[in-house]
Design a binder for this molecule. Structure first.
Ligand code: PGA
Length: 256
């Protein structure tokens, strides 16, 4: 079972860089370096405040994504950003349930589910992040955790007519994020295959077969390739290495 979608490479800038000037420079360098890339979907997810300033009206093929979204449509929710606001700024994607949000902002599976539904309702493509901690992995609980996260995140999702082109799942083992210890392609493949079969059970087989599943966690230009060509992932989610234009360009080229 392998989807034939073109690879998706997502840059998660997290809370970087520290100035708009740097953000613009990074965005422009990546845009220039990848201007001839046609068979890969490249998505950059900067901090919210840089979004309008990087929205160049489609002058490059790079797509914009947000790192989070709030589930309510509008109103008295101090500090939050709605899905409609993101769409208005030219966002096509949104990362939902990143482990840093779960960990530092107490995002539960229930919150993730609400955010997912909001994104789907406004046609913002969700990039749903799931993954186990080192402790859970050591106890042999990886599958159990992934299944729980998927089951809860996708609850009542059948109310939406999902298209695989609008939906992305990222397998991000927490112990591999920002640690320089990437998960081996073989171990990642086991998790990726399990995610696909679980989605098939929860939602439906056709959807699961065509779903893009990404790997994320300490990916760099040296280790990127096997996740796509050996481990059957349809793309990558890149944190640290997406902040260096040259490195990020190399990663995209290596899987294109
Ligand atoms: P990393 O982050 O590439 O720095 O490990 C990945 C992520 O958190 O999405």
């Amino acid at each position: 079972m392998q989807s034939m979608n073109k690879p998706i490479v997502v840059a998660n800038w997290k809370m970087n860089p520290q100035s708009l000037a740097e953000a613009k420079r990074l965005f422009d360098s990546v845009g220039k370096g990848l201007k001839d890339i046609k068979n890969t979907e490249v998505v950059i997810c900067p901090p919210f405040i840089y979004l309008p300033l990087l929205n160049n009206g489609g002058r490059t093929s790079i797509k914009l994504g947000a790192q989070d979204v709030f589930w309510e449509k509008k109103g008295a929710f101090t500090g939050e950003i709605s899905s409609k606001m993101l769409k208005d700024l030219g966002c096509q994607y949104v990362i939902i349930g990143h482990s840093e949000r779960r960990r530092y902002f107490n995002e539960t599976d229930e919150v993730v589910n609400k955010k997912l539904k909001t994104a789907l309702a406004t046609k913002l493509n969700p990039i749903l992040c799931i993954g186990e901690t080192q402790q859970e992995r050591k106890k042999g609980k990886t599958k159990e955790i992934l299944k729980r996260q998927l089951t809860n995140a996708l609850e009542k999702i059948s109310d939406f007519r999902l298209h695989t082109s609008d939906f992305v799942i990222a397998y991000e083992p927490i112990w591999a994020i920002g640690t320089g210890k990437a998960c081996s392609p073989a171990e990642a493949k086991r998790a990726g295959d399990f995610i696909r079969s679980t989605v098939s059970n929860i939602y439906n087989q056709k959807f699961a077969e065509n779903l893009s599943i990404l790997y994320g966690g300490s990916v760099n230009s040296q280790n990127a390739k096997p996740y796509i060509f050996e481990a059957d992932f349809q793309g990558l989610l890149i944190g640290g290495a997406s902040l260096k234009a040259k490195e990020f360009i190399k990663i995209v080229k290596s899987v294109s």
